[in-house]
Ligand binder design. Structure first.
Ligand SMILES: [Zn+2]
Length: 439
């Protein structure tokens, strides 16, 4: 099976990358024509200028429409391969493999989505408020991630570094000490220069027990959060330094725990330290956007993927039907609150084509809410929480998530009540945003 997968299963994924790499999106600005890559077009879609967002999104949709049959072919065969493997293994649930990889039960996953579904109202209110602030009746798909204003809240790299260390100090002196060390030893490649791959990541060197971080730091609040996020990953590796290799191989859902925790500590402090009301609104809006991504956008991906895999069992699913399933999933996940949706999202989102890990979606939401709950506990306990937190991180690769939460937090993750605690943390930001933007 693995031999066949090399030139079957995995090759559909590389074929997809080849197709996407060749896409050129032609846009016109001030009479000048330009051809953008997919990534460049996506950056333009978060422009503060609504006209630009909408026109780039229209061109972007056209480009995906042209490639849709290639993408559908690849997606259908990736899913078909998986479904066949599962059939031969006598697995009837398409979620069995991703749940096993993430060491979690179906009950836990269902409890998480149930808690989210029951608590979407406030996030819908936020989306409606954002629509009225942008002067539109309902947000379009491209408006969801758009900025509300152009406030300048930049921090130099050194300022960002000391801000992070200072904020970590109040939760975990060890995390602060470790981060200081990483800055002093220059473990972070953060230079803002042309020709650099976007995004950030953290990688480890097992023999030397050291980590390195890659990112592009231009001083925005989101750069400061990314830096804190990657330092969280590095700290997770650091606290496992002395453990045997196989006991350090944690899955994606808990991999994002330390990183998101670190990010929350820093972004919360940034809101508290905001110098103006406008700056505070911008920072809170950024946090609310993230919650919408985890509770609505990723929920849509999950709904789409489970439904598509079911239909695929009956045969090939054509482009038109893929678009329908996607829009239905988006409408459901966003509670019908948007004015337009993204029918080609199944084509444009690379995560659906990753063959190393199936269902590259719900572990993100898991990590976000799991660390939000930990953050809520840490806020109550202060630095007393540090030892407990480190002990939890050290167990992330040797326990199921149910055991992990029970042992270290005395919490039952198979119950929606646990997940509600994390959602409450996210709701605080939205409530504050709604108060500050009330006219
Ligand atoms: Zn991460």
């Amino acid at each position: 099976m693995n031999d066949l997968a090399v030139d079957g299963y995995h090759s559909w994924s590389t074929l997809y990358d080849t197709v996407v790499g060749k896409i050129g999106i032609e846009v016109e600005q001030d009479g000048k024509k330009e051809v953008l890559s997919v990534g460049q077009a996506e950056n333009r879609m978060t422009s503060p200028d609504r006209e630009e967002r909408e026109s780039v999104f229209a061109k972007y949709t056209e480009a995906w429409d042209e490639q849709a049959d290639f993408c559908a072919e690849a997606l259908n065969h990736i899913a078909g391969f998986r479904n066949s493997v599962y059939k031969h293994r006598k697995w009837d649930n398409v979620l069995k493999e991703p749940l096993d990889i993430n060491r979690m039960s179906d009950d836990t996953l269902q409890a998480m989505w149930q808690a989210i579904e029951e608590n979407k109202e406030l996030f819908v209110t936020y989306l409606n408020r954002k629509a009225s602030l942008l002067g539109v009746e309902k947000l379009s798909w491209a408006d969801v991630d758009a900025p509300l204003s152009n406030v300048d809240t930049k921090m130099s790299y050194d300022e960002g570094a000391s801000f992070i260390v200072e904020q970590f100090q109040s939760f975990s002196p060890k995390m602060a000490e470790f981060s200081k060390h990483a800055f002093e030893k220059q473990w972070i490649e953060a230079e803002d220069r042309a020709g650099k791959r976007p995004g950030g990541f953290c990688t480890g060197f097992r023999v030397k027990n050291e980590t390195r971080i890659f990112m592009t730091y231009s001083g925005t609040p989101s750069n400061v959060s990314t830096l804190a996020h990657e330092l969280g990953h590095a700290f997770h590796s650091y606290v496992m330094d002395d453990m045997p290799f196989l006991a350090t191989d944690y899955a994606m859902n808990v991999a994002e725990t330390a990183s998101t925790f670190a990010e929350m500590v820093v972004s919360d402090a940034a809101v508290r330290n905001a110098k103006s009301k406008e700056e505070k609104i911008a920072l809170l809006e950024d946090k609310a956007q993230r919650s919408v991504a985890f509770f609505m956008n990723i929920h849509a991906r999950f709904l789409f993927e489970t439904r598509f895999y079911e239909e695929r069992k009956q045969g090939l699913v054509p482009v038109e039907r893929l678009k329908e399933i996607m829009v239905e999933a988006q409408k459901e996940a966003f509670c019908d609150s948007l004015g337009s949706y993204h029918p080609y999202f199944w084509a444009s989102k690379l995560h659906f084509y990753i063959t190393d890990v199936p269902f590259y979606n719900f572990p993100y939401t898991f990590g976000y809410l799991f660390s939000a709950s930990i953050y809520a506990i840490a806020k109550q306990e202060g630095t007393r929480f540090e030892e407990k937190y480190i002990a939890l991180l050290r167990d992330t690769a040797s326990m199921t998530v149910e055991e992990l939460a029970m042992k270290h937090l005395n919490e039952d993750v198979t119950k929606p009540e646990f997940w509600k605690k994390g959602i409450d943390v996210a709701m605080e930001d939205v409530k504050e945003f709604l108060e500050l933007t009330h006219d």
